[in-house]
Ligand binder design. Structure first.
Ligand code: ADP
Length: 639
């Protein structure tokens, strides 16, 4: 790789190159604290490359978010003048763009964890940078624990860097036996905070009004608006576009409105990094991805609703929730900081200052304290760390005893561990699959029943983190219940319906036009197809014996498959069964967490009045919105 350091951008971290190199040279673990945008994600790997660390191994940089891994790798490849996927590459779940030649590798923290299953000492790496540690993602926290062990084993030839925008450096330093902490002072200009007098009734409307006021009254500079999710982003983008268009006719400055969130196609993500034409104001409407993960240049104004969408898990009920919650003070400060990178800026907080002072929590609860830990515990068990008792694993912040117990119980129910808590051979195979334990177990069971091809499709759909059916609007839910036209069998439940959609597409030769005609998301469908192919390959490698991975079968065979498939689901989701309660118009969950729940309105099973409710069901997950709902539900075959 050519050294093009002379053409590198002028970022604060580059002034510390010498100091960083010196400290890394002398210490196996170094913590680097630097303001968002100081160049940690894009420059550290290049500094280490210039200092020769790519000669003895790969410089790996983990990112908690897929989008960040892809976007930063693309940027670094561009700065070094190499083709993405060659010397500089990235690996995220189900997408690997690296080659034999890759020396700088960006990867999600989950992918690095998975790599350790085949290479527990990370021997191909000369440096591992755990980037964005302040996000405190579950996987980064587990990696921190593993790195602490690894330092002892590889201190002579592995360097570990932990970077963060906000993290309490001393806490991490203490965790790593008082390792050095380098502070990279960023040049942050003052940001004036403007509070609302009261909380608005609609954040969307209030954000819209504030954005327009800025556009009309304030000098040039881009506006970054934090919303909680894609739906709100889409709505605000469309309203803002309409409004600024009518203002432009009245000779206001030009404007471009851009969405920014994790499920945007890559071409659209690139647009936020492309400088706008002169005299044009950009409005970037983003999720908290723009808080610290992606730095958008040119922002002078920030609009902060004070909210964020956060996934939670309650181990005593087994219930997930996706709640809109207040940001922490640290997050609010990060958001405001985005306005001061290039010159003094302004942050409009759509809440009163008393809310900031008295209501916002100081810090965000780390993901490890609000997640289901079954997958992580299975992973740790499969590493065979003889010196480690899961309940005493050295975490930066420990999860609750309840959630570890919950994970152990779940794993026991699906035969991944035995009475003594030791991993079983089934558990070992499950750990090798890049899926949540319940889905891995379903696949293994399906293989026994001869319906693996169908189970692979379901696993691909459920784990692709993308939806086949557009959005979640009322119209969409209706469409989901009614079609595309599928062979009979939808009454069996959502899993079978999702499978049938895919099988119909298969029969239509994976035709894109067919997806469009049936209102299915083309990108989602193609992604599922790709994920399915990869899962097939992984299963072929992992599970011994020959696998039948065809999809097309006769009608009779299909019906048998559907029955077997639901049996396989019951093995994987043994703790996620429910029994119909006619009196309550819903279900009661069976097992050690009995409670009343409803079928999610998006389910193909419809409502009880339609008489489609089976006596027993298996569900993919329990989510709490207004009430507890089972999402992705299928009938249990009692025969
Ligand atoms: P940090 O990790 O300290 O937050 P980064 O290294 O991510 O900082 O960002 C440094 C600079 O690189 C910023 O100006 C940012 O806008 C720019 N940058 C980062 N990713 C990209 C990209 N994909 N395309 C263009 N510019 C980028």
């Amino acid at each position: 790789m050519a050294d093009r350091s002379s053409s590198l951008p002028d970022l604060p971290i580059l002034q510390f190159e010498e100091k960083i190199a010196e400290t890394v040279e002398k210490n196996p673990v170094v913590v680097i604290i630097g303001e968002t945008g100081s160049g940690k994600s894009t420059q550290l790997s290049q500094i280490l490359h210039r200092r020769g660390y790519t000669k003895s191994g790969i410089v790996g940089v983990t990112q908690p978010r897929r989008v960040a891994a892809v976007s930063v790798a693309r940027r670094v490849a561009q700065e070094l003048g190499v083709k993405l996927g060659e010397e500089v590459g990235y690996a995220i779940r189900f997408e690997d763009r690296t080659s034999e030649r890759t020396r700088i590798k960006y990867l999600t923290d989950g992918v690095l964890l998975r790599e350790s299953l085949s290479n527990p000492e990370f021997n191909e790496y000369s440096v591992i940078i755990l980037d964005e540690a302040h996000e405190r993602s579950l996987n980064t926290d587990i990696l921190l624990g593993l790195m602490k062990r690894l330092v002892k084993i590889r201190s002579s030839n592995l360097r570990i860097l932990i970077t963060s925008a906000t993290l309490d450096g001393n806490k991490v330093s203490k965790f790593f036996s008082d390792c050095p902490v380098l502070n990279v002072p960023g040049k942050l200009y003052p940001v004036e905070i403007v509070y609302s007098r009261e909380r608005p009734t609609s954040y969307l409307e209030s954000s819209l009004r504030t954005a327009l006021k800025i556009h009309v009254q304030e000098p040039e500079g881009d506006v970054l608006i934090f919303m909680t999710g894609q739906d709100d982003i889409d709505k605000l983008v469309s309203k803002l576009e309409d409004e600024v268009r009518s203002l432009e006719e009245g000779s206001c400055m030009d404007a471009i409105v851009l969405p920014l969130h994790g499920s945007l196609p890559p071409e659209s993500q690139v647009r936020v990094f492309t400088p706008p034409p002169p005299n044009c104001r950009r409005f970037i409407v983003a999720t908290n991805i723009a808080e610290t993960s992606l730095t958008v240049d040119g922002v002078v104004y920030v609009i902060d609703s004070g909210y964020v969408k956060q996934r939670g898990y309650n181990p005593s009920t087994g219930m997930y929730s996706l709640d809109v919650v207040q940001v922490s003070k640290v997050q609010a400060d990060q958001r405001a900081g985005r306005a001061g990178r290039t010159r003094p800026g302004k942050c409009y907080r759509l809440y009163p200052s008393i809310v900031y002072q008295d209501e916002l929590p100081d810090v965000t609860v780390p993901e490890i304290q609000r997640s289901s830990l079954a997958g992580s515990v299975l992973y740790l068990k499969s590493l065979d760390l003889s010196d480690i008792d899961i309940l005493r694993f050295d975490f930066l912040d420990s999860p609750s005893h309840d959630s570890l117990e919950d994970a152990l119980k779940q794993l026991y129910l699906i035969d991944a561990i035995d009475e003594d808590g030791s991993i079983t051979s089934i558990g070992r195979t499950m750990a090798e699959l890049p899926l949540e334990p319940s889905l891995s177990r379903t696949l293994m069971e399906a293989n026994e029943y001869g319906c693996l091809p169908q189970a692979l499709t379901i696993a691909a759909v459920l784990s692709a983190e993308t939806s086949l059916l557009p959005g979640r609007s009322k119209g969409t839910e209706k469409k989901r219940r009614h079609g595309p036209d599928l062979p009979d069998g939808s009454g069996l439940g959502d899993h079978i319906q999702l499978l049938q959609i895919y099988e119909e597409w298969d029969r239509n030769d994976y035709d894109i036009g067919w997806c469009k005609e049936n209102n299915l998301q083309v990108r989602g469908m193609l992604f599922v197809k790709d994920v399915r192919k990869q899962l097939c390959q992984i299963m072929q490698k992992t599970v011994k014996g020959t696998l039948d991975v065809r999809t097309s079968k006769s009608r009779k065979e299909r019906r048998d498959d559907y029955r077997n498939l639901r049996k396989a689901l019951c093995a994987g989701y043994a703790n996620q069964l429910a029994e119909r309660m006619t009196l309550h118009n819903g279900y009661r969950t069976i097992g050690f967490k009995s409670q009343l729940v409803q079928v999610h309105p998006s389910s193909v099973l419809g409502t009880d009045e339609q008489g489609m409710y089976p006596d027993f069901v298996v569900y993919h997950e329990l989510v709490t919105t207004s009430r507890p709902f089972m999402r992705n539900v299928s009938a249990v075959d009692m025969k």
